[in-house]
Design a protein around this ligand. Structure first.
Ligand SMILES: NC(=O)c1ccc[n+]([C@@H]2O[C@H](COP(=O)([O-])OP(=O)(O)OC[C@H]3O[C@@H](n4cnc5c(N)ncnc54)[C@H](O)[C@@H]3O)[C@@H](O)[C@H]2O)c1
Length: 548
């Protein structure tokens, strides 16, 4: 009965882990909280296969959560091992209880799970997954189907930065290429990657990866302050790049990357994967075609960051090169919280959720406004809470207002309804996402959900002469397609740079505590030397933008 009712909802609560079954979103490799980060789905389960899960759900009493799930997520099963799924799912359900927030997975009925994903099966299942997220029929019917990857056409890939996201990206890349090298400044992280790709070379210095002529693609999953130097090194040594978002730490870095892509003619995809999610593209296409009338405002909400501390210094662990990890940033004593995962709450290395999540949702705001190669003309930001002395140094709660040359405004607020990783803390509170507001109504979009003030905004097809946007259904797949075609990917360097810039402007205004005037053409603040100073950061020797 329970199984049947759940099945007919075609939804199931679960959580993913690095053992046995793998969620596309790599947060799960290290993160105990369920989250709403995933967007792709590439395999199928039968009802028989689901029965141990349903049984576990019953005995752990998880049923009520099935009904109250609010976010949608989908999974990729890269390994098919039912025995290992049982402990993993038991663990997942217990965690769900412990953390009190859940996410929803959509599984498709029937078929034995094929161990390998093809682009075709991926797209078919992804389309059906999307249908369950209320995408309109007309939009789904027109989706293109990509050619399957041919055997023998699998480029050699190196992973630099083997943390949770890097490993997730590399898993995604392994659907289309061969992982031949894994690189990290921490032996433990290399060890985790070696469990997945035992035959890959283990390297501690990313420059050795660049020396290898056989490697065609570098996946950069490092901390933010290394993105630019690793990507520049890869581009300059003739490799194509998948670089995680936010693409850069500073505006100046982005300008260099854009130039390097142009000069080297290499391909660079930024890891702002919402560009390959149908919900976001549909929202942006509708807005661009005037479905909500004249656009006046975009509201963006981002999960709030972490406000913790003070923290203590410690001895850095064996096998972890703390000096190399810091690289171009100021040298300080080792503090565990400065490193893995929580690095994003330190201004030295990142911009808090303003850049972490802003690189996703502000990117969509620019896409919908058609300003993805430009930017605002003014920014005014204020922190909403004070930092704890000796604790994290990136703002955890904030309010930022942007103005564009055409008079459109864009607000970017942190919300406490979501935890830093996007999981739901308060189902009734404001969830992270993007709301486009126009003279005729609004369109709301977030991961797994699109809604409008008038349902017909979504259900009425766009006319044949409508402006259509770059169509990508698989962010990593799009990179591999572009590696072959030499065309620009959906989130090429300039787009990644401009989206990161909007976030950096917010952070600079937050730090200076005043309104700033920005010129998106010259990419400088108008008449403000102090603000312009923060468009770049001095790199610690021997690192510089020309040192790689
Ligand atoms: N696209 C998304 O949805 C998404 C989700 C999560 C994280 N991310 C991004 O992925 C990146 C990594 O995030 P994470 O949570 O996995 O962080 P993490 O701290 O777990 O992993 C980063 C890894 O990079 C390694 N590293 C640091 N400097 C290095 C260097 N010079 N050479 C090689 N390795 C180095 C670290 O040792 C660590 O293992 C961040 O930029 C983050 O913003 C993107």
């Amino acid at each position: 009965m329970l199984a049947s009712s759940l099945w007919h909802r075609s939804a199931l609560v679960g959580a993913a882990d690095s053992d046995g079954w793998q969620c596309q979103c790599a947060w799960h490799a290290w993160n105990p909280n369920p989250c709403s980060m995933c967007q792709t789905f590439s395999d199928r389960l039968s009802t028989t296969d689901l029965s141990p899960i349903l049984f576990l759900a019953t005995i752990t009493g998880a049923t009520p959560f099935f009904i109250t799930t609010i976010s949608s997520v989908s999974f990729e099963f890269t390994r098919w091992d039912r025995r290992s799924m049982v402990p993993t799912l038991t663990n997942a359900l217990l965690r769900s209880h412990a953390y009190g927030s859940l996410y929803q997975a959509t599984f498709l009925p029937n078929s034995k799970a094929p161990p390998m994903t093809t682009r075709r099966s991926f797209l078919k299942t992804a389309a059906a997954t999307a249908a369950s997220c209320s995408l309109p029929r007309w939009f789904l019917d027109e989706q293109s189907v990509a050619a399957p990857i041919e055997a023998g056409d699998r480029p050699a890939v190196a992973l630099v930065g083997c943390g949770g996201m890097g490993r997730g990206d590399a898993r995604s890349a392994a659907r289309f290429g061969r992982i031949v090298a894994v690189c990290d400044v921490d032996d433990r992280q290399i060890g985790e990657a070696k469990k997945l790709w035992p035959d890959a070379d283990a390297v501690k210095d990313f420059r050795r990866v660049m020396d290898r002529k056989d490697i065609q693609i570098v996946v950069c999953g490092t901390v933010d302050h290394w993105h630019t130097l690793v990507s520049l090194a890869a581009l300059r040594s003739g490799k194509d790049v998948y670089c995680e978002k936010p693409l850069t730490l500073t505006v100046e870095e982005g300008q260099h990357l854009v130039r390097a892509v142009r000069d080297t003619k290499q391909i660079l995809q930024t890891g702002s994967q919402q560009r390959s999610d149908r919900n976001f593209r549909l929202a942006c296409e509708l807005v661009r075609n005037g479905r909500i009338g004249k656009i006046s405002h975009v509201s963006v909400w981002l999960p709030h960051g972490r406000r913790e501390g003070p923290f203590r210094t410690a001895v850095s662990p064996d096998g972890f090169d703390w000096n190399f990890w810091q690289g171009p940033t100021p040298q300080v004593d080792y503090v565990p919280e400065r490193t893995h995962v929580t690095f994003r709450y330190w201004w030295d290395y990142s911009g808090g959720t303003m850049t972490d999540w802003g690189a996703h949702h502000n990117d969509i705001a620019l896409w919908g406004l058609g300003l993805e190669r430009s930017g605002p003309v003014a920014v005014e930001a204020k922190p909403l809470v004070e930092m704890i002395p000796g604790g994290f140094t990136a703002f955890s709660e904030y309010s930022v207002q942007y103005t564009y040359a055409n008079g459109v405004t864009h607000s970017c607020h942190s919300t406490t309804a979501n935890a830093w990783n996007g999981s739901v803390l308060d189902p009734k509170g404001q969830q992270h996402g993007v709301k486009f507001e126009g003279s005729d109504g609004w369109i709301w979009v977030t991961r797994g959900n699109i809604a409008a003030s008038d349902p017909e905004f979504l259900t009425t097809p766009l006319p044949s002469d409508a402006v259509r946007l770059y169509e990508s259904h698989d962010h990593m797949g799009n990179l591999f397609d572009c590696v072959k075609s030499r065309q620009a990917p959906v989130c090429e360097a300039e787009i990644g740079h401009r989206s990161a810039t909007v976030c950096h402007l917010g952070v600079i205004s937050l730090r200076l505590g005043r309104k700033l005037q920005w010129d998106p053409d010259t990419e400088r603040f108008r008449g403000d030397d102090e603000a312009n100073h923060w468009l770049r950061r001095e790199m610690r020797q021997p690192w510089s933008l020309n040192s790689v």
